[in-house]
Ligand binder design. Structure first.
Ligand SMILES: Cc1cc2nc3c(=O)[nH]c(=O)nc-3n(C[C@H](O)[C@H](O)[C@H](O)COP(=O)(O)OP(=O)(O)OC[C@H]3O[C@@H](n4cnc5c(N)ncnc54)[C@H](O)[C@@H]3O)c2cc1C
Length: 552
């Protein structure tokens, strides 16, 4: 089932509500370059979802993208096979995609990948959910079956959103793609809430005056649940997720998320300029990308890229997709790559930490009925103990099942960061035994543990960006960096993309849409144009531009 079209809404981000999905699917294509420029090499640094989207579309425009990847293609769409059982995978990064992510789904559909509903807390695809808070447990199949207090919390959240953030108007404007209304309402929220944290928003809402309600909300929250580690972040980040329905109606990709970026590497576009039919990024690169980039220098004609092998190549344009922090410590950068205010924004970028631990088990034993209680042996679990979130994936009763025994963010991720994989497993099993005393998880494990902590991964240093209060201005500088008309020519030709420069970090949709901004930027920089019937994000920049907040 691929179901982008089943969504009435789209992740039309209110800061810049350009319809990337329509730009992508328009028969006129993304643009055209003078024939003399066909085959021009453009560097694309980073082979995650963003870099591969950019490289794929630059290839279709007739350019010759040269992809650099430091580790493995796919980046944070990392589906790691279990040793001995490679058909089963652990989703170390992205694992669930809102069907509203229509630009991402443009590529999921293009590649013919199948999706299935994701087993989020209390979702229809989830047999049962257990909430373990303050030592007490509540179990339910749907939210309606939970005790009254949970409904009070859900109502408090709905009311707070309605009263303080005009949620219904924003959602309606997004569904109708009514940009004037969307911008009017959203811009006033940006002014009001840029300085406000998520927790501050709750604590100052009349509907959340009970601490107990705030604590339960931190545990169960909305959509994917477990939002309390997000409490210090800017409430604008949360409002973007809510208004675009990014946390609702999510699906997983059958066979693993990494198939999307890896699929673009192998895919042979049906329509492409200049190149013969059958050309793919893989074929252009002889099957393997260039290694890590170590140095970037401006020259009279462009940007010189040095890679780990010592090779140097000069390009008229460079697209950079890894986390921007890597510009501070992994890549020796020419200071003129960015303006001083943009460098400040790079320095201020704030990333969330996240850890996960997966095991493969012999069968989905959690579906067994506990004879004493008549309930499932185990459930999708939200807990305030160390594991925080337990997710259960099965392919039928007689086949192995995948357990994500723990998915954590920030402080909870740091609690396991210094432990080895085995130590993590021991600790997590002990914590889960306190919730499920009669279940012997270990006796079912046939492979794993597979684990990751993104903040200690040298090429990432964090899971995904999340702005703190007061960060809007920095975010704006990074997001709009692809607009280089009118800037100092000596500072043109270098284009940032990736989910950390997007307004919706933590969602692959932001990786795709910022890649499309960079593609537009490269097209423009090299002297190409978009079709008048299908203007791109930069052509319509003034209509959609993110609000500028005063500095003084
Ligand atoms: C724990 C976690 C959970 C997530 N959950 C979801 C989810 O459920 N749904 C969703 O939509 N999104 C989710 N995301 C976000 C999603 O994974 C990202 O939005 C997306 O994968 C980002 O793609 P990217 O290309 O911008 O960056 P990346 O995937 O980080 O790609 C950057 C690439 O650059 C490479 N690189 C770094 N330095 C260099 C260098 N010097 N030279 C060459 N290459 C370099 C890296 O190795 C990497 O491959 C999650 C992310 C994490 C970490």
């Amino acid at each position: 089932m691929t179901c982008a079209t089943a969504s009435a809404t789209t992740m039309l981000v209110p800061d810049f509500p350009f319809s990337y999905d329509r730009w992508l699917s328009h028969p006129a294509g993304l643009g055209a370059l003078p024939a003399a420029l066909h085959g021009t090499e453009v560097a694309v640094i980073g082979g995650g979802m963003s870099g591969l989207t950019a490289a794929y579309e630059l290839l279709r425009l007739g350019l010759s993208p040269v992809l650099y990847e430091a580790e493995q293609l796919g980046g944070r769409m990392r589906s790691t096979p279990f040793p001995g059982n490679p058909e089963y995978k652990a989703e170390m990064g992205a694992m669930r995609f809102p069907v509203a992510a229509r630009s991402l789904f443009h590529y999921i559909d293009l590649l013919g990948l199948s999706t299935r509903p994701f087993p989020n807390p209390l979702a229809p695809a989830t047999a049962s959910t257990l909430i373990d808070l303050n030592g007490g447990q509540d179990r339910a199949r749907t939210a309606d079956e939970l005790p009254e207090v949970y409904q009070e919390v859900a109502d408090a959240w709905d009311k707070a959103l309605q009263e303080r953030a005009d949620l219904a108007t924003l959602r309606d404007a997004i569904q109708r793609r009514d940009v004037p209304t969307l911008k009017t309402v959203w811009n006033s929220l940006v002014k009001e809430f840029d300085d406000q944290s998520f927790y501050g928003f709750l604590a100052t809402s009349s509907t959340f005056q009970s601490f107990r309600h705030r604590e339960i909300f931190g545990q169960v929250g909305f959509g994917t649940g477990g939002w309390d580690t997000d409490f210090p972040n800017s409430v604008l980040e949360i409002l973007r997720v809510v208004v675009t329905e990014a946390d609702d109606n999510q699906v997983g990709i059958v066979g693993g998320s990494s198939q999307v970026p890896n699929g673009l590497w192998e895919h042979r576009p049906e329509t492409l300029a200049h190149w013969p039919q059958g050309t793919s990024l893989a074929s252009l690169h002889g099957g393997a990308p260039r290694p890590a980039v170590t140095r970037l220098r401006r020259t009279a004609d462009g940007i010189r890229v040095t890679d780990e092998s010592g090779e140097e190549r000069e390009f008229p344009a460079v697209v950079f997709s890894p986390h921007v922090w890597t510009l501070l410590n992994r890549v020796d950068c020419d200071p003129t790559l960015l303006s001083t205010p943009q460098w400040t924004a790079v320095e201020r970028t704030h990333y969330m930490g996240a850890s996960k631990l997966f095991v493969l088990v012999d069968r989905p034993f959690w579906r067994d009925t506990d004879p004493a209680t008549g309930q499932d042996a185990m459930s999708m679990t939200l807990t305030d103990r160390m594991p925080r979130g337990v997710y259960l994936f099965d392919d039928g009763p007689d086949r192995p099942g995948v357990m994500c025994l723990s998915y954590t963010w920030n402080d909870d991720s740091l609690k396991v960061a210094t432990l080895s994989a085995e130590e993590r497993l021991e600790t997590l099993l002990a914590k889960l035994a306190a919730i499920y005393p009669d279940v012997d998880i270990r006796s079912h494990i046939i492979a794993g543990p597979l684990t990751v902590t993104w903040e200690t991964e040298p090429r990432f240093m964090g899971a995904f960006k999340n702005n703190l209060p007061g960060h809007y201005r920095y975010q704006r500088r990074l997001f709009t960096q692809f607009m280089q008309d009118g800037t100092d020519p000596a500072q043109q030709g270098f284009f940032l993309c990736g989910d950390d420069v997007s307004w919706t970090a933590g969602f692959a949709e932001g990786a795709v849409t910022t890649a499309l901004n960079a593609v537009w930027g490269v097209l423009r920089h090299l002297g190409g144009t978009t079709h008048p019937d299908n203007p791109g994000p930069g052509d319509l920049f003034d209509t959609f531009a993110p609000l500028e907040l005063p500095y003084d």
